[in-house]
Design a protein around this ligand. Structure first.
Ligand SMILES: [Cu+2]
Length: 248
């Protein structure tokens, strides 16, 4: 009986370790992907999580948190307030939208040391919000280290739509890059029939373009993963270009 209990515990720890090794996602989730005249204040939540399973990791205060509007970046770092997401350290912000157009929120986190993979992880994470139906130039790169530039409009989408984007690293398309996709299973209502189905995977093509059809309503995260051309304390650095898109 005692042996059974111990082996069950060992099994659970292994399971936990295994699931911790699954996909991490930088997360920048706004309350919604469109701002209307009725509600111009936009709450945003920043975290570092396993969005499907609802496992969190601590997110220390990011290196940068910017909003891009009409090509100009403004820092929102000082507006961040500590919060808790999935039982871990996270951040929230409140942003008052004033003018019509498109607002892109970008988090650059501090490098996250991942003991399970013996590396560091930096996910450049962005999301795009349309204000008063004024968002037009949604396919322009911001010029950050790595990013997904949408080829599908990144707001106002139906569940079931195909989403396409091009992965850029240092401003150049990144061919055959692996893109991990996860659903933000916020209320825990979705269950993956097998462990393999928690994270979906697609490859970009030779031009860095990837395609994925999002089956459910809610937020979908795309993480295009590459190895940095530098190391931190002798360890590899995984760079992620992460984009969050809502399907309604
Ligand atoms: Cu993790």
């Amino acid at each position: 009986m005692k042996f059974f209990r111990i082996s069950m515990m060992v099994g659970m720890v292994l399971l936990l370790l295994a699931s911790n090794a699954l996909a991490h996602f930088g997360m920048v989730i706004p309350e919604r992907d469109q701002v209307t005249q009725e509600d111009k204040s936009l709450g945003l939540t920043l975290s570092f999580s396993h969005p499907f399973e609802g496992h969190g990791m601590d997110l220390v205060k990011p290196e940068k948190f910017d909003v891009y509007f009409e090509g100009k970046a403004t820092s929102l770092l000082e507006t961040l307030k500590p919060a808790t997401v999935m039982d871990h350290k996270a951040w929230t912000a409140e942003y008052a939208v004033k003018r019509p157009g498109m607002y892109t929120f970008v988090m650059e986190p501090k490098a996250y040391p991942e003991p399970a993979e013996d590396n560091y992880i930096i996910h450049y994470t962005k999301t795009v919000v349309d204000a008063f139906e004024g968002g037009e130039e949604w396919n322009q790169p911001l010029g950050i280290k790595t990013e997904i530039v949408p080829l599908t409009r990144p707001f106002g989408n139906y569940a079931g739509n195909v989403f396409q984007g091009v992965v850029l690293v240092d401003g150049e398309p990144a061919p055959y890059v692996r893109v991990e996709v996860e659903y933000y299973n916020q209320d825990g209502s979705r269950e993956a029939p097998t462990g393999r189905m928690i994270t979906q995977e697609v490859l970009a093509d030779g031009n860095g373009v990837f395609t994925f059809a999002c089956p459910w309503k809610g937020w979908w995260g795309f993480a295009a993963l590459t190895d940095a051309d530098y190391k931190i304390e002798g360890k590899d650095v995984e760079l992620g270009a992460v984009l969050w898109v809502e399907m309604q």
